[in-house]
Design a protein around this ligand. Sequence first.
Ligand code: PLP
Length: 847
Amino acid sequence: MKYQEFTVSPQIPKDLKPLEEIAHDLWLSWNHDALNLFIRLDFDAWVKSGQNPVRMLGLVSQERYEALSRDDSYLAALRTVVDRFRRYKSGKDTWYRGSRKNTIAYFSMEYGLDVSLPIYSGGLGILSGDHMKSASDLGLPLVGVGLLYQQGYFQQYLNADGFQQESYPENDWYNMPVRKVTHKDGTDVTITVQFPASLVTACVWEARIGRTSLYLLDANVEQNTPEDRRITASLYGGDREMRIKQEILLGIGGIRALRALGINPAVTHMNEGHSAFLGLERIREYVHHQGMTRHEAMQALWPTNIFTTHTPVPAGNERFGIDMMHKYFHAITDGTGFSWEEFIALGRENPADTQEPFCMTVLAIRLSAYNNGVSKLHGEVSRQMWQQIWETLPREEIPIGHVTNGIHTRSFLSPEMKELLDRYFGPRFDDDPTHLEIWKRMDRISDEELWRTHEIRKNKLVSFARKRLRQQLLRRGASQVQQAFAEEVLSPYTLTISFARRFATYKRATLLFRDPERLRKLLTNPDRPVQLIFAGKAHPHDIPGKNLIKDIVHYASDPEIRSKIVFLENFDLEIAKHLVTGSDIWLNTPRRPLEASGTSGMKAAINGVQNFSVLDGWWDEGYNTELGYAIGAGEEYADEELQDEIESKLLYDLLEREIIPTYYERSLDGLPREWIRRMKESMRQLGGQFSTSRMLLEYAEKFYLPALKNYDKMKRDDFNQPREVAAYLQTLQSQWEGISVSALHDENSRSLKVGDSFSVSCSVHLGEIAPDQVDVQLYTGRVNSQGELESPEAVSMKQKDSDGPLHTYHGKVRCKLAGRQGYAIRVMPNHPDLVHPYVPGLIAWNS
Ligand SMILES: *Cc1c(COP(=O)(O)O)cnc(C)c1O
């Protein structure tokens, strides 16, 4: 059938028109007074739309619109919100005041911004969404780039046996907070990418997030073959080939989309390796527009490219087989000048290993001067994981730092808690997101008020869980009597422990069930009972993960405890928000160090929910004895069975001896004073530190602003700098093999005291490399039990004489510490325009 398409918008009275603009801006997702306008407009339509303001505007009757357009109290509330919205959008007084000429383009495979835009699967997506929101708050010149998935991530439901089933509802973009980007003449903005078998076209959608925009590519357009239209069908669905197609579209198509929109992605930030092909597109641009070689273009890209890794297990890092890469080689590299061998080497830890598959993380690392993990611990793990890329560079110096993740505070505070904090913290809490110290004002809040606020949220959580449970039972075909049971589960007066996250086996959702009898005693204690709420999806192919869910459901079917354990299906932002605001304890039991950061515990903390977690990811930094509970002391185990045994015992012990008694210990007025003190302490100490405001300030200061500066500097001298750096590096690379450091001499008297020093000299053969092109360093450190130099320090040595290619250097070793120490000499690159001297392959040690 051939048809003509048209789109119909609701007929909204003039006075209520601003609702349309607000509905299409995800600013709404962290402004409850704005959300309330929609809830007040028509509560049934709000619920029916799935809490989606755009869709609900089409469901409200004309009568209702007319009535509200004459309701002055509603209009006054609308005006207040609109004023605030306009003031926010105008972007005066933001933290960033610099030039907006050049843009930072942030790339991510998924974005979790709001329940009404389901294009996320979990933590990575929520982080990207929060990144965008805080970039808007700070006024950074940043835009997001992603894909628009027709089906988003799967929806989860359980069958009668508790086994996970998946469904894939279609998204209807015309009723969601996104708009297709068009040219002035009304035609769609499109881009194309040449794939092996076809030219793939994509159109671009925009999601407004306050002062910034997220651009989403959509391949579901009529120009494409049915197969190509499926490239953006689903998030993390499909096979390996589908994945590489998506990543090519995201990286290469993403840069092209920005160009089509007139945006200059001067700096790019790859959130996880999925988007790493963007580097090849940027290289192609430099080759094409600046007449550069691929090596020169690489040096233009490198100082303006940022990579954040999220995956602490080798197997979790995206790799593609050689055949797959070969098939898509031209799609990725045409116009860059890279040979097949050069290209494939960019994705290998060891370029000489022709069997090694192509790794997106390695590609991303090699293409960026700025690399980071997402917590302090994950930074360390990443330096160890990717050490091979730099061969003999000591681990401490591997240029992968860390920026610990955070959350967008105002998106995850409950409305009640936000109201309380706004009242006590004052207007700066909303107006100045960089004022992280404002959380010190927690002390001003009375125990009573904080506890009442928490109780309100807990009541809401219990009724939410009951409602969801009833719906779940109804769908499974339960009888009226069985459904009625849902009204009796959980109690707002019982200590509530929640566990909600992806059901990957390393997260050990069932650790608490290891000793079922001991758990039963805790749940059924008549005086001091405990109740549990679980939620989370297992990946559709992850059978062990699905079995964990089934185990929980089976355990919970026991009549004696079935009112004490609830599993909420289809974990998403809505469930997350109820759980992290209404529970007492937020449980997390990953196998350290497999949780790169984790963010749900941060959401819990700012709402006064106590974290109870293994010291992994962010908790390794956030925990102290005043503000939550730690399972273990940061041990890592080789024997998983033993680990589970030990850590589950610790878990029960802490519950029995500390957590349950503290929670139920009440003062005469019925308040758990010590518990409240700990709630306040975690809000006070963690609130500012684990926010995306802090995180974005760190990204800006460490990476974005320096990278923007690097770009400006290159641009000002017409991109001569990358040409020079490329020529410099090529000279080094061609001569490096010939470098040798020999004939060490020292005046070491062998009986040294702290404070003594001695001279070292050596001769270095540099071949055709000039002495000022390298840094010859004296490298000292403590000798550890493995015979390695620990906590090292490197200082430049002075060049004294030269004899052709042979140069003499002098340096001094200062003895600052007692104990066994050692020194070595090494040669490193030295060029003022290199962001850092850690170029893979360019390091030479004395023999
Ligand atoms: C915060 C959040 C996550 C991430 O939680 P982790 O702590 O990383 O497990 C996942 N899904 C949703 C819906 C969230 O809100």
